[in-house]
Write a protein that binds this ligand. Sequence first.
Ligand SMILES: [Zn+2]
Length: 538
Amino acid sequence: MRPSVRPALGSVIDAGLSPSISDASLRNHPLAIWVETRLGVVWSDVDQRWVRARPLTVTEAVAALSEDSDRATDVCRSALRNLLLISALPEAERTGSAQANVRSFFAFKLHQFISGAGHAFSTLEVQGRRTVTVEGQQFLPGDPEKRLYPTHFCRDCGHEYHPVRFALDDKGLRVFFARDIDDAAPIRPDDDDEDAGDDEDNADDREIFGFLTPHASDAAFTFDDREEDYPETWIEFDAAGNPRLKRHYRGARARSVMVSPTGKVGSGTRAWFLPGKFRFCLRCGAAQGGAARDRNRLASLSAEGRSSATTVLVGSALRWMHGSNSGLSPFTRKLLGFTDNRQDAALQSGHFNDFLFVSLIRAGFLGALEIAGAKGLRSEELGSSQQKALGFDRPSPELRAEWLLEPELRGFNLQEAESTLRQVLSYRVWFDQRRGWRYTNPNLEQLGLVEVDYLGLDDLSADQTLFADAPPVLRDASPQVRAAVYRELLDHLRKWMAIRSQVLDATVIEQCWRSRTAAFAFHGDSGLMRSLAEPDGS
Ligand SMILES: [Zn+2]
């Protein structure tokens, strides 16, 4: 066994490392030996051989080096960094010598582990005074009286909701306990939308699952537990014509509470407790139906999964790699991914392709709108303007290969393919406006980048003669109110795809699907397209 390099570490750290050091010198360099035998491999007495060392973070490695070398951590950090950066280059690049080794010095690589942002947690105090952290713990460090609650957000307006359990503590007091959003009430499934807990349930010791949300003090937050504050579908009218909550929803009625940072009820911050599943947002009124889980009804800090994160990181690495400042030769601009699972690999590559496709389509649409300027685009112009914005009208073979299976098509066949392409591009614009379509990748309208309006709507609403025979509520309304009502209705129909457009016609979709000339046609979600094209498709 070699003598320890420890006594020599301090002086070589002080001396620094030459960027043109040879492999032969590195082999005898105390710091390189230390890195190899502390970070790279360790001797296993059991196996009587060198085995891979347990991975360390850079900070742990720096602390170990500081202890072994008796030098300050910042000095050790830069020495370690220099050594790893210099030795990562092949000797040939370090020394510029043609006879030198062309492989990097060490056999191991630096790894970076990237994990999601996790959840946000917050104390139950007023905005501005509460503590918000991403460190999930039961109590606030340094103030163990205060509880921390996981925080989720309305997907439409961002108002915050804490999943809680309202239960007795060990002293028999009612307390809001934090819970995971996926935890459901243990015994009675009283939270189905079919049966929203129609009992008032005043059994004081029963544990109630639900959501707690602060009563915001800004003027836009108007919820005050009046009947009209609830979704329309929750309301019925009694014999006297007064609105009231349907029996079915009474158990889900919001309860006004004063809650302290300890979770105890009675004093503190004003908040609302919503028993059961998350059903609607007190701030914006967005109502949630269907069978979605609460986790999907509400957003959290990192709404995206690992696939989205990987796609974005890979995309950013590729962009950097192909940028003018990367310093990498075109030949080495490659990125390898490893996975231990074939399904994961398929999912990830599918996700990546889909992400690129959606980004490209949306970029094409935005580009087309930019060219159109203030007058915008009419629905019948969607296809051709996007074709131009994407450059897919140009005769270059490389561009044609982007969307054509057979880039050499000519004449009539090419015209047919272009016509299909325009239909598909136009179809995609409509398709992308669907409600609840992509949670983690909201569409251009949701992002406020695109506005949809209806031609002639204001004129129609202002034309009194058209409303002469209309129901009084419409006849007597002002043109502005009528226009607002129609806009709401048309938006709703549009987002649920209840629209008539040539490109949404089942026969046209079917034709596009059959047309194998346009590679672009059904890339991404061919299954969906087919099901839309089939009369009995869902
Ligand atoms: Zn909301």
